[in-house]
Ligand binder design. Structure first.
Ligand code: HEC
Length: 114
């Protein structure tokens, strides 16, 4: 029963009926449901959510505290690294919180926001 349930949960509804018949070839040879491959994410995503989403929002568009809509920013990687490192206006500097490598990563991630 449990075996059937697992298969039925993972596979298309077409196989649901197969669970009723013992030794159904469809059930026996059915490939395992695709394991959702761990989403390939830029390392900067977690950093962005931790450090930037507060003001910029998870999608970069929040604009809290007068923050810029990052999806509309024309700054390239170098410009973003500079601003994150040194801050600008109300945008805090992250020099003390993040390593230069992390700043590169979070800036790269911010460039993927659209
Ligand atoms: C405390 C709120 C706050 C946090 C946290 C914050 N920002 Fe900002 N950010 C701002 C504000 C405000 C501005 C606009 C500054 C200005 O124009 O004077 C800004 C501007 C920017 C800009 C410039 C956009 C442009 O085109 O002018 C970038 C890039 C940026 N932030 C990236 C980040 C990243 C990456 C993080 C996380 C590491 C982050 N910010 C965290 C408030 C914040």
């Amino acid at each position: 029963m449990r075996y059937c349930f697992v298969l039925a949960a993972g596979l298309s509804a077409a196989l649901l009926g197969a669970c009723g018949s013992p030794n159904s070839p469809a059930t026996a040879t059915a490939p395992l449901p695709p394991v959702p491959a761990a989403e390939v994410e830029l390392p900067g995503k977690a950093l962005f959510l931790q450090n930037c989403a507060l003001c910029h929002g998870a999608n970069g568009k929040l604009g809290g505290n007068g923050a810029r809509d990052l999806t509309k920013s024309n700054l390239n990687q170098t410009g973003r690294v500079y601003i994150v490192t040194h801050g600008m206006g109300k945008m805090p500097s992250f020099r003390d919180q993040l390593t230069p490598e992390q700043i590169e990563q979070v800036a790269a991630y911010s460039l993927t926001l659209r």
